[in-house]
Design a protein around this ligand. Structure first.
Ligand code: SF4
Length: 335
């Protein structure tokens, strides 16, 4: 079978909406064949899939707040918050509820519709659960969608978050199973899959993606996207991060990924998961505007936006607004 015919089969499969158990799985070879398409063909296919499911000129805005920074027990090789690395990030305490609510209000005023709260934990302790569930309730009461990323969850913790009204839980697979062990040693791939299953079983939407540019091969990038697309159902949100190299972390000094390969990763994620929100995440600040525009053309339709909301001037948000205007993009409103 030629590469082209393999891709055609895959594309047909991927544009079928999934209402029940997934009938077929993505083979890594199918995903790799998408990566291998001529760039323009790949972008065209991604646009076709994107337009079949979304307004192509609409982008969802999420704001991220670190509610507990640094001192994390995990050893993720890219992360300056890990206590295993010396990246100069001080370990902080869990932020008081009032400050979280103030930040959420500011995010809403800036146009964000989803507020993501992240804590640098291996997993939340029992004493933390009451405080984070209060945060979910209060942020939701402002009329924002809520998302949290708190590390690994037990089934009972996922249910408590659902009861508090949590809409999304972020827990990334980070990379393909074959590459994962090069980056993280303190939790297994299966640990991550177990947390995702608890989140799904509790009825919370899943936000799950990965990082490219960590020194993985193209096959391993394809392996990550196959893993995500084969989750049943696949995640509602898929953040695709471009490694931000931070001095003091083991991945500082990694050969950066070719920007077009990054755009390819976005396009392939869009084709493999037609109805997911593909989020252009970490690494966006390092991209110029033309590259960001290519990512939107490849099917990215969500960004992290205005993450320094407690300062009065917000140059990043202002730059984003100007870029949206130049591209004729509009912010997605809550349904
Ligand atoms: S679990 Fe999260 S906060 Fe902790 S080291 Fe890994 S990426 Fe960083």
């Amino acid at each position: 079978m030629t590469t082209t015919s393999t891709v055609s089969l895959s594309s047909l499969r991927s544009t079928t909406s999934r209402t029940g158990p997934s009938p077929e799985r993505w083979r890594v070879a199918d995903v790799e064949a998408l990566f291998a398409l001529p760039f323009m063909d790949l972008l065209f296919r991604a646009q076709q899939v994107h337009r079949a499911h979304f307004d192509a000129n609409e982008v969802q805005l999420s704001t991220l707040l670190s509610i507990k920074t640094g001192g994390c027990a995990e050893d993720c090789g890219y992360c300056p918050q890990s206590a295993h690395h010396d990246a100069g990030v001080e370990a902080g305490k869990l932020m008081p509820l009032r400050e979280v609510v103030d930040a959420a209000q500011a995010a809403k005023a800036q146009g964000a519709t989803r507020f993501c709260m992240g804590a640098a934990w291996r997993s939340p302790k029992a004493r933390d659960m009451e405080r984070v569930t209060d945060m979910v309730r209060e942020v939701r009461a402002l009329g924002l969608e809520t998302c949290m990323t708190l590390g690994m969850l037990e089934a009972e913790q996922a249910r408590a978050l659902k009861d508090a009204g949590l809409d999304y839980y972020n827990h990334n697979l980070d990379s393909a199973p074959e590459f994962y062990g090069n980056i993280i040693g303190t939790r297994t791939y299966q640990d991550r899959l177990d947390t995702l299953a608890h989140v799904r079983d509790a009825g919370i939407h899943v936000c799950c993606g990965g990082i490219v540019g960590m020194g993985e091969s193209r096959v391993e990038r394809a392996g990550l996207i196959a893993q995500l697309a084969n989750l049943d159902p696949y995640p509602e949100s898929v953040p695709i991060n471009n490694l931000v190299q931070v001095a003091g972390t083991p991945l500082a000094g990694t050969e950066p990924i070719d920007p077009f390969e990054f755009v390819r990763s976005i396009a392939v994620a869009r084709i493999a998961m037609p109805t997911t929100m593909v989020r252009l995440s970490a690494g966006r600040e390092q991209m110029d505007e033309a590259l960001q525009a290519l990512c939107f053309a490849a099917g990215a339709n969500s960004i992290f936006y205005g993450d320094k909301l407690l300062t009065t001037s917000n140059p990043q948000a202002e730059r984003d607004r100007a870029l949206f205007e130049r591209l004729g993009l509009k912010a997605k409103r809550l349904q």
